[in-house]
Structure formats: C-alpha cells, structure tokens
Design a protein around this ligand. Sequence first.
Ligand SMILES: N[C@@H](CCC[C@H](N)C(=O)O)C(=O)O
Length: 258
Amino acid sequence: MQQEFYKYQGTGNDFVMIDNRLQTFDKNNTKHIAFLCDRRFGIGADGLILLENHDTYDFKMVYFNSDGNESTMCGNGGRCLVAFARDLGIITKNTVFEAIDGLHHAAITNDIVKLQMLDVDTIEKHENHVFLNTGSPHHVEFKDNIEDFDIKTEGAKIRYGAPYNEAGSNVNFVKKLTNDTFTVRTYERGVEDETLSCGTGVTAVAIAMHAINQTTSNNVNLNVQGGKLNVSFTKDTNGAYKNVWLVGPANFVFKGTI
Ligand SMILES: N[C@@H](CCC[C@H](N)C(=O)O)C(=O)O
C-alpha cells in the first residue's frame, strides 16, 4: 500500500509526518518506521510523527525515534506537528494537543511555533553535570571545546553508561557565550547520533543553566547546529520551573508517497 507522507524540519531536527486520523498506519512495525526514517533506503529523518484525532483536544501526537521505537516527548517534533496541523487546516493559530507527556498549548505565526513544555520540579545537580526530564530525559554537561568535540563518540559513552544504561538519556554539551546565550550540541537517544537540534534538550539546558546560576535570565537563547531557539520560564517559590515555552521555526520541506 502506498503511504502519503510529509517532511518537516525545526532547526534541522527533521521528521516524517503522517496524517493518521483514519488509523491506517501500523504503529507496531518498528522495522518499517526505521526504514521510512533511513536516510539511504527511505525518506530520511530523525523521527516519525503520527497526527491522530483526539476526543477533546485538537489532535494527538505519537512520536517514534528513527530507530523505529515509540519514545518520549520531542519538542521540535511537537513544534513541527503544530505547523503540520495548521497546513492540514485542523487549527489556525492557537492549539492544545496531547502528547505522551500530557497536554501542550501552542501558537503558530507564519513559520514560528511557540510550544509550552512540561513543568520541571526535579533537577539533579551533580559535580560535572545536571540531569532533568523536560518530557524526555536529558544529561547536561559543559564542554569548552564544543566546536571540535566528537559528540557521537563521547555522547554514546554517556548515553549507554551508568547510571543511564540501556534505558539511556539524551546528552547535551553546552558552552556559555553570554549570561543569556549558550551553544548546545546534542546526542540523541534513539537516533544514536548527534542531531542538528533537540527541543527538549535546549529546554533542559536553559533550565539547568538557571538552576546552577549560570544565567540570571528567564529568557534564554540557544544556538544549535541547525539554527536558533529560545526558551522562557518562570520559577515558583518551591523551585519548580513553570510556564516553560520553547520558540523557534518549523518548516515544511516536501511531501510524497512511498
Ligand atoms: N528531538 C527531540 C527529542 C526526541 C526524543 C529523544 N530522542 C528521546 O528518545 O528521548 C526533541 O526535539 O525534543
């Protein structure tokens, strides 16, 4: 059977999008999803996202990494899905949709998507890194020579090592540029390589930098390999990060059948 697909990217984190409102897509066929994401034999993407109907909200997001396995929240994927929903005529500007980590409010203006992320109340501060969950698990570590660093090799060692082991974590390497601007490179679990951008990753970096006093700003700019993102938040009196918003471009690339 021919499958219609759409390709979107958000700061270079790219996704195959499928309109699954008629529930025709086989979600259990891991090999087929990995094939669709394969850059040589398939369409090529960091992940695949299904847009599905929801009883109460505008739509539902189902996310798979490029290895074919369903995974936790994808921030850039969520932003791209909002653009896809707008392009399909499901929404106009504002939306609320459900993903694996709960409800997300979002707004789209031209190609800029603003996506509300999970509240964060648990931040593990270790000697050389910070660990937190922004919808997906993230290890955050400073790396001064970030431009020349082997992200794939060094990221994999951390992702597969203790305490993460098989369940794994995404790994973000960070360099501070100014009080409110950081460079980030991310090794993504489930892609098992560096991606050009990671939305839950930069959200984790912005919150981690604030939590360890590396920024005094609650509006943080993140330079990633594929462009620029912004994360803003408020911190409540119990130390929880709320009203977390991830902002950046989300673009249609091409569509086809396979
Ligand atoms: N690219 C994503 C993160 C996707 C999930 C991640 N690979 C995982 O399995 O934890 C983003 O933009 O947040």
